[in-house]
Design a protein around this ligand. Structure first.
Ligand SMILES: NC(=O)C1=CN([C@@H]2O[C@H](COP(=O)(O)OP(=O)(O)OC[C@H]3O[C@@H](n4cnc5c(N)ncnc54)[C@H](OP(=O)(O)O)[C@@H]3O)[C@@H](O)[C@H]2O)C=CC1
Ligand SMILES: O=C(O)CCC(=O)C(=O)O
Length: 408
C-alpha cells in the first residue's frame, strides 16, 4: 500500500529516478530475536523490528507496536508513512516504526517489562536522541516508554529522557502527549465540519478502536455536540442510535477491559460497525479496514483516519468517486501524536518544560497549517485529500535528498 501510494505521487510530482529510488527503500531495517523468561519458567523467543525510513531531515521518529500481526513489511510501510507525516507537519525527522510480534493482552506486566527491556537492549545501538526516538503505538503505552528509557539510561550511565517520547510526565514526558493524537483527530474533524459546512448539532460519529486514540478522539468529537453512536475494540462493538454515555463507557472499559457488554447498547461486529450510517466515521485501530468490499457501502460525510493505513488503495479509488465523503487522510488526521512527541523531545533536550496550554496551542497551530495546505493543494491541483497530503510530505523529503546530494 505504501509503495503504491508513493509511486502514484512520485509520478504526479515527476520526481526524478535518482530521488525516487533513494526515497523508496528504508535506510535501515533491523530484525532481532528477543528471548524472554516467561512466568511459567519457560523461555519464549519473540521477534522484534525497527525500520528507519530516511535520515535526510534529522533523526528518525515513530512508534513501537506490540501486536500479533507485527511483521517486517507492515513496520516498513508504517515507517514510510511516518516520513510523510513528519514532513507534512514540518518536523525535523525521518520516519521510523518498530514493534514486537506478541499479544500483550495475554502477557503479564512482568513479562511485558522483561520483553521491553530485552528488546531495547537488542536495538540499543540504533536508537538515541540524535538517532531514532521511539514512542507508543498500538499495544504500548507510557509504561513501555518508561522501561525503554530506563534500559537505555542504565546503559549510558545517566538519565536520557530524550531517547523516547510518550513517557510519563514525571520522567520528562510532555503534558498533553497522551491525549494529543485523539485531540488532534477531534480538532481536524471540527475543521472538516466547518470546511464542508456541516453543522455539528445532531451529527453522529462511529469509532472503530477504543484505545488511546479512539477513546480520546471520541471525547474530543463529542465536545462539538456530536453523538457517539457506536464504538468497538478487538472483542467486538456496541451501538446505540441515541448516543453512548462516554463517562459510563470509560468506567465500563476500566472494569472489563472491553467495550463489549456495555449496558444500554446492542452488540455489533466490527464489520457491521463500519457500515452504520453516520456523519463521522473514525477508524482508530488496524490497517486495511476499509477495502474494495465495503468502500462503496460506508455511509458517512467525514472519514477521519485516526489509524495508520485504514483504507486500501482499491477502496481509495472507490471513495474518490464519492465526492460526498470528505477524507482526512491518516498522515494528517493522526499527526497530533508525533507533533507533541516532537515538543516532548525539544523540552527534554532543553530540560525546560511547557504548560499544557502552550503545548496544545502550538499543536493546533501546526495542524491548522497542515490542514489548510492540504485543502488548498487538493483544490488547486484537483487531487484527493490523501494525494494532496502525501504530495506535500513526499516533495519535502525528495527535495531534501536532492539538496543534500548523493555521496559518491
Ligand atoms: N498512540 C498514538 O499516539 C498514535 C497511534 N496511531 C494509530 O492509531 C491506531 C490506534 O492506536 P492506539 O490507540 O495507540 O492503540 P491502542 O493499543 O491504545 O488501542 C488500539 C485499539 O484498537 C482495538 N483493536 C485491535 N484490534 C482490533 C480489531 N481487529 N478490530 C477492532 N479493534 C481492534 C484495540 O482493542 P483491544 O484493546 O481489545 O485490543 C484497542 O481498542 C493505530 O493505527 C496506531 O498506529 C497513530 C498516531 C499516533
Ligand atoms: O509520537 C511518535 O513519535 C510517533 C507516533 C506514531 O507512531 C504515529 O504517528 O503513527
Amino acid at each position: 500500500m505504501a509503495c503504491a501510494q508513493f509511486d502514484e505521487v512520485a509520478d504526479l510530482l515527476e520526481i526524478g529516478q535518482r530521488e525516487r529510488e533513494r526515497v523508496k527503500y528504508p535506510k535501515r531495517a533491523i530484525t532481532v530475536a528477543v528471548p524472554v523468561n516467561m512466568d511459567d519458567g519457560s523461555t519464549q523467543v519473540f521477534t522484534g523490528f525497527r525500520v528507519q525510513h530516511h535520515l535526510s531531515l534529522g533523526p528518525t521518529k515513530g512508534g513501537m507496536r506490540y501486536h500479533p500481526d507485527v511483521a517486517l513489511g507492515e513496520v516498513a510501510a508504517l515507517a514510510m508513512w511516518m516520513s510523510w507525516k513528519c514532513a507534512l507537519t514540518g518536523l525535523p525527522y525521518g520516519g521510523a516504526k518498530g514493534g514486537v510480534t506478541c499479544d500483550p493482552g495475554k502477557m503479564s506486566i512482568q513479562e511485558l517489562e522483561r520483553l521491553t527491556r530485552r528488546f531495547t537492549q537488542e536495538i540499543i545501538g540504533f536508537i538515541g536522541p540524535q538517532i531514532d526516538i521511539p514512542a507508543p503505538d498500538m499495544g504500548t503505552n507510557e509504561q513501555t516508554m518508561a522501561w525503554m528509557m530506563d534500559t537505555y539510561s542504565t546503559h549510558s550511565g545517566y538519565s536520557v529522557p530524550g531517547v523516547v517520547t510518550g513517557k510519563p510526565v514525571n520522567l520528562g514526558g510532555s503534558l498533553g502527549r497522551r491525549e494529543s493524537t485523539g485531540r488532534g483527530v477531534g480538532f481536524l474533524v471540527g475543521r472538516a465540519m466547518e470546511h464542508i459546512k456541516l453543522a455539528p448539532e445532531n451529527t453522529t460519529a462511529v469509532i472503530q478502536g477504543f484505545g488511546n486514540v479512539g477513546s480520546v478522539a471520541a471525547g474530543s468529537i463529542a465536545r462539538f455536540g456530536t453523538k457517539i453512536i457506536a464504538v468497538s475494540d478487538a472483542f467486538g462493538g456496541i451501538y446505540n442510535a441515541k448516543g453512548l454515555d462516554l463517562n459510563l463507557l470509560d468506567a465500563h472499559v476500566t472494569k472489563n477491559r472491553t467495550v463489549v457488554g456495555f449496558p444500554e447498547a446492542e452488540p455489533i461486529t466490527n464489520e457491521e460497525l463500519l457500515l452504520i450510517p453516520c456523519d463521522i466515521l473514525v477508524p482508530a485501530a488496524l490497517e486495511r479496514q476499509i477495502t474494495k468490499d465495503n468502500a462503496a457501502r460506508i455511509q458517512c460525510r467525514i472519514l477521519a483516519e485516526a489509524a495508520n493505513g485504514p483504507t486500501t488503495p482499491e477502496a481509495d479509488a472507490i471513495i474518490a468517486q464519492r465526492p460526498e465523503i470528505f477524507v482526512i487522510p491518516d498522515i494528517l488526521c493522526n499527526a497530533g501524536g508525533v507533533v507533541v512527541s516532537y515538543f516532548e523531545w525539544v523540552q527534554d533536550l532543553q530540560s525546560f518544560f511547557w504548560d499544557e496550554a502552550e503545548v496544545m496551542g502550538k499543536l493546533y497551530r501546526i495542524l491548522e497549517t497542515a490542514f489548510k495546505q492540504t485543502v488548498h493543494t487538493a483544490r488547486d491541483k484537483k487531487l484527493t485529500m490523501r494525494t494532496a497530503a502525501l504530495s506535500i510530505g513526499i516533495k519535502r523529503v525528495a527535495d531534501a535528498k536532492k539538496q543534500r546530494g548523493l555521496f559518491p
